[in-house]
Design a protein around this ligand. Structure first.
Ligand SMILES: Cc1cc2nc3c(=O)[nH]c(=O)nc-3n(C[C@H](O)[C@H](O)[C@H](O)COP(=O)(O)O)c2cc1C
Length: 229
C-alpha cells in the first residue's frame, strides 16, 4: 500500500468563506455556521455544503429538502458566529435574537451582517463519513449589502476565532493548544484579559470569577487562558 504524506498545514492554505446555513422542517427551525458552501456549476447554478451528521441543522435539511445560506460579512460579530457555530438549534432558537427574513418556503435566513443569501433545493446527498455533502440547485439569490464577505482566514487572523470539532476543517491536534491567531501588538503598559480556548472569545478582566461562563460558547472558567491584549 502506498504511504501517505499528509501535512495538516497544507489544508490551511485552502480559501473559503463563512456562512449561516438554515432550514425549516415541520415546526423545527435550525441554522449553523459552515465554511463549506461552494458554487460548483453556473448553468444551472449548483452549490454544495459539507455538514456534520450530528448537527441538528443536518436532520432538518434532510427532512425539508431545502436550505438557505447567508454569506457573512467581515463585520459579523463573534456573538453571532458563536450563536450559530457553538450552540445547537435542538435547544436554542437561534433566530430569536437575530435579524432575519423568511423565504417563500418559510425558511428563515440571516440578514444582519450578511452580504447575500441563496435559497437552495437539495438534489443529491453524498455520505462522506462524518459529514453529508448536499448538492443543491439555487432557486433564489439576492445581494443584501455591499460589505466585504468574511473569509475563513479573516475569521482566524483578525477575529481570533476558533474551529469547533464538528466543522469540516477541524484540526484535533490544534484544538487544545495555543491560540492560532497572532496576539495584538503590545501596548506600552500591557493590558490583560482572558481568551476562551474553545471559541476564541476574549474578555478584558483582571481575574475571572469562578462561576464565569463564556457568553459565546458556554464553557466554564477552566477553558479560559490568560492573554496579553
Ligand atoms: C468557523 C466555523 C466553521 C464551521 N464549519 C462547519 C462546516 O463546514 N460544517 C459543519 O457541519 N459544521 C461547521 N461548523 C460547526 C457548526 O456550526 C456547529 O456544530 C453548530 O453548533 C451546529 O448547530 P446545529 O446543531 O444547530 O445544527 C462550523 C463552526 C464554526 C464556528
Amino acid at each position: 500500500m502506498a504511504t501517505r504524506n499528509i501535512d495538516i498545514k497544507a489544508f490551511r492554505s485552502l480559501s473559503c468563506g463563512l456562512y449561516v446555513v438554515s432550514a425549516k422542517g415541520g415546526d423545527k427551525v435550525a441554522g449553523c455556521i459552515v465554511n463549506t458552501f461552494l458554487q460548483v456549476t453556473s448553468t444551472p447554478a449548483r452549490v454544495t455544503i459539507a455538514i456534520n451528521k450530528e448537527n441538528f441543522t443536518t436532520g432538518v435539511i434532510c427532512e425539508a429538502g431545502r436550505f438557505e445560506a447567508s454569506v457573512l460579512a467581515e463585520s459579523a460579530p463573534m456573538e453571532l458566529i458563536g450563536r450559530f457555530g457553538f450552540h445547537t438549534s435542538a435547544d436554542t432558537d437561534k433566530f430569536a435574537d437575530t435579524q432575519h427574513a423568511i423565504d417563500p418556503y418559510g425558511v428563515p435566513y440571516v440578514t444582519e451582517h450578511s452580504v447575500a443569501h441563496f435559497g437552495v433545493r437539495v438534489i443529491d446527498k453524498v455520505d462522506v463519513g462524518t459529514h453529508y455533502v448536499f448538492v443543491g440547485e439555487v432557486e433564489d439569490a439576492e445581494v443584501l449589502s455591499d460589505e466585504q464577505p468574511m473569509t475563513y482566514a479573516y475569521y482566524h487572523l483578525v477575529k481570533g476565532g476558533k474551529t469547533p470539532p464538528k466543522a469540516s476543517s477541524y484540526e484535533p491536534a490544534a484544538s487544545g493548544g495555543a491560540p492560532d491567531s497572532a496576539p495584538a501588538p503590545a501596548a506600552e503598559s500591557p493590558r490583560y484579559g482572558w481568551r476562551c480556548m474553545i471559541c476564541g472569545y476574549v474578555v478584558e478582566m483582571d481575574e475571572l470569577p469562578d462561576d464565569f461562563t463564556c457568553p459565546m460558547c458556554g464553557v466554564g472558567r477552566d477553558m479560559f487562558e490568560r492573554v496579553e491584549l
